[in-house]
Write a new protein. Structure first.
Length: 279
């Protein structure tokens, strides 16, 4: 099989298209790059969707934690504490073990005039169950970031908004929320990078890879186990994630420049990547 045929057969293998069986025997470098790159689709799926939904939940958590109402503040504080205080690997494991205990036929929800059945079997699948865990985890970390940024909004900005006659939702939408995002965006960029790296834990923590359709680390581990040589597959995996990190940094850097475009050059915050050794 030529390299072109290998790429054609394996580049969508993680999504269920192309070759049915994983390569065996003497494994070429082209097979390494093709299959590990194929698994990266799952990492992108988990990372992009978790960031999208987690962003809105994080904003809600930040506002709830800053609220004077204890019925809003306390649940937000405990949610953030639990998900930031426990390892993500353990969260994946406990979530999967909990999801498989749910009734396979679903849970009946009576609505008075009718009863609907909520499907539960999908929760034990990685595409939904693991995604929910990632959304909750990144929302907790991001919520704390935005909460700190919210507390750091200059009082002068709020007083200026009051002077212009803004109040309530108008003041929040046009002054407080944009300033909160601007102050918290550099730290949130780091969280986004860590989230994409954390997606490699999905198929290592309990969620099964159905029909051997896993993420990039799943296939890198397969090659390392079959060839007894981790110094080929894992560096290739690292190359892919370095490229992904550069892409995320570029996209979030563009957003950061947009958020700071009204400030003088010397006051604009810059993105700094700070490696996080323990998640």
């Amino acid at each position: 099989m030529t390299c072109g045929e290998t790429i054609s057969g394996y580049w969508l293998r993680s999504l269920g298209f192309g070759e049915k069986l994983l390569p065996k025997g003497e494994m070429t470098l082209c097979e390494h790059f093709s299959l590990i790159g194929s698994g990266l689709f799952w990492n992108l799926y988990f990372g992009v969707l978790a960031l999208f939904f987690g962003f809105f939940l994080a904003n809600a958590l930040a506002l709830a934690k800053a609220s004077q109402n204890p019925w809003l503040r306390k649940p937000a504080e405990w949610f953030i504490f639990v998900f930031r205080g426990s390892p993500l690997f353990i969260q994946f494991f406990l979530a999967y073990e909990s999801f498989v205990l749910l009734p396979r036929v679903g849970i009946d929800i009576p609505l008075g005039f009718t009863t609907i059945t909520a499907e539960t079997s999908w929760l034990s699948k990685a595409w939904l169950g693991a995604l929910l865990v990632l959304i909750l985890n990144t929302a907790a970390y991001s919520g704390e970031i935005f909460y700190g940024a919210l507390r750091s909004v200059p009082k002068g900005d709020i007083e200026a908004a009051d002077a212009y006659g803004m109040s309530g939702w108008s003041r929040f939408r046009r002054v407080i929320w944009p300033t909160m995002l601007r102050l918290g965006w550099p730290a949130y960029t780091n969280e986004a990078i860590f989230l994409f790296h954390a997606t490699t834990l999905v198929f290592f923590s309990g969620f099964p890879a159905i029909r051997q359709q896993g993420d990039a680390l799943y296939y890198a581990s397969y090659f390392a186990g079959k060839t007894f040589n981790p110094f080929v597959a894992y560096p290739i995996l690292a190359i892919y994630f370095i490229l992904l990190t550069l892409t995320v940094t570029a996209v979030f850097g563009w957003v950061n420049r947009r958020l700071n475009r009204h400030l003088p050059q010397n006051l604009r915050s810059k993105l700094r990547f700070r490696p996080q050794l323990v998640r």
